[in-house]
Write a new protein. Structure first.
Length: 251
């Protein structure tokens, strides 16, 4: 849709520019309406051309921001395959109990009711078919690393992978205050956030993703199982990254 809008806007700009050079001398009286349209267009060209170019630019930026849908589908399939390899011996078969989420780091992001907007990890793509559109945003400013939030934020500011296991179960409404406080402290979130989210995960593994030798984002693996198999995570990652590294350049 964004691509089509950009093409249309560029077409309008080019069309208006051509009409500015149009010479309608000798046009039959029966086609006076064409002359009226051309004259109107010439009179408003100073608005139409800049406006159409602005729309084309915004459509381009929007398309770049959301990424190529075809590429996103391929990355989603890669993450789902990766998830299946990591948690092949999982105790629960529910997809939202075992997930792989790709976060992209944004130097500036408009996060609702949060300030400052500098330094955030925004979820891009998640494995599976359930909870595919997470609303979580985690603070991860390079200028204020101590304020990083969540497992994703910890991975962004850490020099090594983040591994967490055997977290208390806080997925039920009447989870104890002690369990919620421990979960919040370990995952670097507030108890209020844990109460609101009611996360199922009892284990995490998170690590930075690099693109062209620069930090691009973070991958977070979460599971309802008490622990994750690091060997499977590393083996799966080595198979994932050659393809993922190429695809991320188009997101």
């Amino acid at each position: 849709m964004a691509g089509g809008l950009r093409a249309l806007a560029l077409g309008v700009s080019a069309g208006v520019s051509l009409l500015l050079k149009a010479n309608l001398a000798g046009l039959p009286a029966s086609l006076t309406w064409i002359s009226n349209i051309v004259e109107w267009t010439k009179g408003w060209a100073w608005v139409l051309v800049p406006a159409s170019l602005l729309v084309a630019f915004l459509a381009f930026r929007f398309r770049k921001m959301i990424g190529d849908p075809a590429v996103i589908d391929v990355v989603h399939e890669l993450l789902t395959t990766y998830r299946n390899k990591i948690v092949s011996e999982r105790g629960s078969n529910l997809e939202h109990h075992h997930r792989v989420t790709l976060f992209r780091h944004r130097e500036w992001a408009m996060v609702w009711r949060r300030w400052p907007w500098q330094g955030w990890l925004i979820p891009e793509i998640r494995s599976g078919e359930t909870t595919r559109n997470p609303s979580c945003r985690f603070k991860a400013s390079s200028d204020a690393p101590d304020e990083a939030e969540g497992v994703a934020g910890l991975a962004w500011v850490s020099s090594k992978d983040v591994e967490i296991s055997s977290l208390p179960d806080v997925s039920f409404p009447n989870a104890t205050e002690e369990a919620v406080a421990d979960y919040a402290r370990i995952t670097k979130l507030s108890p209020q956030a844990i109460r609101k989210m009611k996360p199922h995960a009892r284990s995490f593994h998170a690590f930075k993703v690099h693109l062209s030798n620069k930090r691009w984002g973070v991958i977070v693996i979460d599971s309802k199982s008490a622990s994750l198999n690091r060997g499977k995570i590393n083996d799966g990652y080595n198979q994932l990254m050659p393809s993922l590294g190429v695809l991320l350049k188009r997101i």
